[in-house]
Design a protein around this ligand. Structure first.
Ligand code: ZN
Length: 134
C-alpha cells in the first residue's frame, strides 16, 4: 500500500509517498515539529474509503475516496474536460469517485408515468411517459 502526504505551500503542492504508514507518520511528525504552521493532508491512493451514508456532492465539492474526505475538485490542467481532487489529484472519471458521488446517470420510470434522471444524488424530471392509447 502507498501512503502519501500533500503539502500546500502558497500555490505549489508537494507530495511525498511512503510504502508504510509508520514512515509517513514519522515524516509528518518531524515536519510538524519543524514547521508547526504548515498545512498538510494525508491520503491513500491504494485504498478507497466509501462516502458517509446519504452523502450528496455539493456544487464544487465531492467525496474523495482516496483522501477519505470531502474535497474541492478543480479543472485538470492537462485536460479541462476532467476535474481532479485538489489534494491527491484523482480525477472525477475514476471508478471509485464516480461510485461514491453517484456520478453515473440513471433513468427512472416512476409508477405514475414520470421519467426522471438521477445523477449526483439529485433527481431531475425530464418528462412524462407517453400513454399507450387503446
Ligand atoms: Zn483526494
Amino acid at each position: 500500500m502507498l501512503f502519501s502526504a500533500a503539502f500546500k505551500i502558497g500555490k505549489k503542492k508537494l507530495t511525498f509517498t511512503f510504502t508504510s504508514l509508520a514512515n509517513l507518520e514519522l515524516f509528518c511528525h518531524k515536519v510538524r515539529q519543524e514547521y508547526p504552521n504548515l498545512m498538510f493532508y494525508v491520503f491513500n491512493r491504494t485504498k478507497p474509503s466509501p462516502a458517509p451514508q446519504g452523502y450528496v456532492p455539493r456544487k464544487d465539492k465531492m467525496w474523495c475516496p482516496f483522501c477519505a474526505a470531502e474535497r474541492k475538485f478543480v479543472k485538470w490542467h492537462v485536460n479541462p474536460k476532467y476535474k481532479v481532487c485538489e489534494i491527491c489529484g484523482i480525477s472525477d472519471a475514476h471508478w471509485h469517485v464516480r461510485k461514491e458521488n453517484k456520478l453515473w446517470e440513471s433513468i427512472i420510470f416512476t409508477e405514475d408515468g414520470d421519467v426522471q434522471i438521477r445523477k449526483g444524488g439529485k433527481t431531475r424530471k425530464i418528462g412524462k411517459k407517453r400513454r399507450s392509447s387503446k
